[in-house]
Design a protein. Structure first.
Length: 170
């Protein structure tokens, strides 16, 4: 969406809003410098979002002029959480909010990984059946693999596993 800044007031509007503000002016589809000059506006250029931490979001905070004199989108890093006090006067710190949020994310990740692990176990049940065509050596290798799958929740990285943390099928 193209945005433009009015040079005098600093007001920022979309191209559609500027068209509506000039109903008696025939405007081309693409606006060059001559159109902007006649309307006393400058284009607002896109800029990268603010750099954030795990518990921050990038929020649009108006426009600003860059080193080249162009008007660009301005972004700031905003904390996702802050200290709060409920109606009973109980204060919850920012760190407590972050810990609760991380616990929720970890629980969702763990649930997904348990589902994946259980599917891998179910897909390899046949390897442990009495009538399996595998040799005893291969059955033992598959049993070890399945045991490693079962032990994944005991891994120090659980539930934040990397691909290397998952056992490899024999």
């Amino acid at each position: 969406m193209s945005e433009y800044r009015e040079r005098t007031t600093g007001e920022v509007k979309s191209q559609g809003e500027w068209r509506a503000a000039f109903p008696n002016m025939s405007l081309p589809r693409v606006w060059g410098a001559n159109v902007c000059d006649s309307m006393n506006i400058d284009p607002v250029l896109a800029s990268p979002a603010a750099t954030t931490t795990a518990y921050q979001t990038s929020a649009r905070d108006g426009v600003e002029q860059n080193a080249n004199g162009d008007w660009v989108e301005k972004y700031t890093a905003a904390n996702m959480f802050s200290d709060t006090t409920d109606e009973d006067g109980v204060t919850t710190t920012k760190a407590e909010h972050e810990a609760a949020y991380q616990a929720t994310l970890d629980a969702r990740t763990a649930e997904g990984y348990r589902t994946k692990r259980n599917k891998l176990l179910a897909d390899t049940d046949w390897t442990q059946m009495n009538d399996s065509p595998l040799s005893n050596e291969n059955k033992t290798a598959w049993a070890t693999y399945r045991n490693e799958l079962r032990n994944l929740p005991d891994d120090d990285a659980w539930p934040n596993l990397s691909d290397e943390d998952w056992p490899v099928q024999p």
